[in-house]
Design a protein around this ligand. Sequence first.
Ligand SMILES: C[S@@+](CC[C@H](N)C(=O)[O-])C[C@H]1O[C@@H](n2cnc3c(N)ncnc32)[C@H](O)[C@@H]1O
Length: 197
Amino acid sequence: MPAHHHRHQHGVMSGWIVRPYDLVVGGVLMRGTYRRIAEHLTTGIVSGGRVLDVGTGPGRLVEAISRRRDDLQVIGIDPSSDMITRARRRTRTLPNVQVRMASAEDLPFEEESVDAVVSSLSSHHWADRVVALDEQARVLRPGGRLWIVDLASHLPDGIRDEVHDAGLRITDADKEVLGAAHRRLVLITARKPLAAA
Ligand SMILES: C[S@@+](CC[C@H](N)C(=O)[O-])C[C@H]1O[C@@H](n2cnc3c(N)ncnc32)[C@H](O)[C@@H]1O
């Protein structure tokens, strides 16, 4: 499919689409993938550590991470107030989850304050991927992990180079995480180097 075909999918998701999106994509298609991400991404993160989900949408991934590890701080951000409303409703009984309205390009967090940054089906929506990846690299602590999951058909061209240019090291070590979904989804994994080069 030509790249321009996907242009309409860029940007904030709001309005009537939010509920059916949540029920079909989140509730059915991605359910197992969220569980697998929650399990593998959190391995090795110390108690009290912070995980950030960029473009959390209806919040099913932060919910899965929280259920897996109630000792982590799990934060979801999204620029869509309709998504935030839904994510907050979903996670209001989970004390270690926080959902905030923000964009990938402007993260309301200190430098080196996050242990892992994850995004699911969101990278192709970001308004400015270079700025967004710089922001994600900024908030990651040294040694912290970046995971990007997106549809193989929508994965932005050049995103691996952009991850590298943000100062992160591509590891691509966790592909088995996707299981049977690996045909439709791509997982990019990277790590922030321990010391600046
Ligand atoms: C297809 S949904 C994915 C939602 C969820 N992560 C999931 O797995 O279902 C894409 C999300 O990215 C959000 N988004 C759009 N532009 C964004 C940006 N600049 N920064 C962060 N998120 C953005 C949209 O509002 C939407 O909630």
